[in-house]
Design a protein. Structure first.
Length: 465
């Protein structure tokens, strides 16, 4: 039983309380439990997982058709290898996963398609055939730069508990600092990519890496090009979708004694004499502990949630976040439908022709993009396209402004975005039978409800500047 009001004798051995059962909270719980710490996880939704979620797209409750409707790209598996090893197991022992040869299939029209591969030389050959041998040579130079950049930043930034600019420069040394200087330390990703790619389609393709952390390539730093190297290190597909990872971590955590309280909302983080003393739930339940981990958006602590005033007094450095600094939100369509005409692989990207206009719409005009880029995860596909007369599970996503705490977009605005989204897919050869499809749509407003104080932003603050 958790330490509740009136159980003062338990205070000395109180567990760590984690607010939020998203992937961060779950991994924290498993990590602590593997070290012998007692843990309670409080999650307001009926199911844990946070942004890693599934939406059932079926008409028969006895035959569900779950569609991965959050993060779909599994990279940097070494993070989870270490977590599972500490828990006494391995990823391969718990579920089936497959390393993908094709990172993503990209299209600009029916006749313009390009695959990127985990093998850099194979990608270079594909780029040579798609664009030119000269562009392939520049791609190899770009890949080498990304590799050196990742190597330079792995220790001082990727593995640092609290990275900051001064400490990072000190850890980089002369060689590492030169790598940053070579890419243009204070350049935007878009500007730096111009040093490598002359084909505007490739410039556009690699600029997309800024969106992996919810940013615009025209404002994000050039250091984000290291994401290209992260992908060549490996992208995996998990059997059953990404939610399999959530279910597995939950099971392992519970087996180690972690208590999950789902459907329970934390209303306040309690403070006593300037120190954390526990939490209060909306139903009045009090849980006491000297250690509380908050796995939610920092904006919830900086605004009017969870006893914000008391926490601000406790940490005077906190400043309310500016909505202008929010990262991307999204419009998503979780679909179970027949689809043909385009050889889908696991990850597919369909580009519009005016890339800058897309980000101007989102970050400057705060509206749905009139010419969106569309990402499609074909959950039932792998490296080799498998045509089927049956329905396929698809997640279609376009970037959107994080203004979900403002009045919802009008139906006319949403319909226009939807028309452009599926119109672009059709122009590139992908035909989705929407008339017979089972489809559920998610807007920034719903994302804001799921993740309070965010406005629907899916990546915290944008990495701009």
């Amino acid at each position: 039983m958790p330490p509740v009001a009136g159980r003062g004798a338990l205070l000395a051995k109180a567990p760590v309380i984690i607010i939020g059962g998203g992937i961060g909270g779950l991994t924290c719980a498993l990590d602590l439990a593997s070290s012998g710490v007692e843990v309670i996880v409080i999650e307001k939704e009926p199911q844990v997982g946070g942004k890693i979620r599934q939406i059932d797209c079926s008409n028969d409750p006895l035959k569900p058709s779950p569609v991965d409707s959050g993060p779909t790209v599994f990279t940097m598996r070494w993070v989870f290898d270490a977590l599972f090893e500490k828990a006494g197991t391995t990823l391969e022992s718990e579920f089936k996963l497959e390393k993908l040869d094709i990172l993503a299939r990209h299209a600009w029209s029916k006749d313009e398609r390009l695959d990127l591969f985990s093998d850099v030389e194979q990608s270079a050959q594909a780029i040579s055939e798609f664009s030119s041998p000269a562009e392939a040579k520049r791609f190899l130079q770009f890949s080498d730069q990304c590799r050196r950049l990742y190597k330079a930043l792995e220790k001082p930034y990727m593995l640092s508990a609290k990275p900051n600019f001064g400490g990072m420069i000190a850890d980089l040394g002369i060689a590492g600092s030169k790598v940053l200087y070579d890419i243009g330390l204070f350049s935007t990703l878009w500007k730096s990519l111009g040093n490598y790619f002359q084909d505007p389609r490739l410039h556009q393709l690699f600029g997309r890496y800024a969106t992996y952390c919810g940013s615009s390539p025209y404002q994000a730093p050039a250091t984000l090009m290291l994401i290209a190297d992260v992908e060549t290190q490996g992208v995996w597909a998990i059997e059953g979708g990404m939610f399999t990872l959530v279910k597995t971590i939950r099971r392992l955590a519970e087996n180690k004694g972690v208590q999950l309280m789902t459907g329970k909302t934390c209303e306040e983080i309690l403070l006593k004499h300037g120190k954390v003393s526990g939490v209060r739930l909306t139903d009045g339940t009090l849980l006491y502990s000297d250690h509380v981990v908050f796995n939610g958006d920092v904006a919830a602590l900086q605004t009017d949630l969870l006893n914000a005033e008391g926490i601000k007094t406790f940490n005077e450095k906190m400043a309310p976040p500016s909505p202008a600094k929010r990262s991307l939100s999204a419009m998503t369509w979780s679909i179970n439908a027949k689809a043909d005409g385009f050889p889908l692989v696991r990850h597919n990207v369909f580009f519009n022709q005016d890339y800058r206009a897309e980000f101007d719409d989102i970050f400057q005009r705060k509206r749905l993009p009139q010419k969106p880029t569309v990402y499609v995860c074909a959950q039932d596909q792998g490296d080799v396209y498998q045509p089927s007369t049956n329905s396929q599970r698809l997640l279609c996503l376009v970037n959107a402004p994080a203004i979900g705490d403002q009045p919802e977009f009008t139906e006319q605005e949403i319909d226009a975005c939807e028309h452009e989204t599926f119109g672009l897919l059709q122009q590139c050869g992908l035909n989705i039978d929407l008339d017979s499809a089972i489809c559920q749509r998610t807007t920034p407003s719903l994302f804001n409800q799921l993740f309070p104080a965010t406005g629907g932003a899916l990546y915290g603050q944008a990495n701009h500047g």
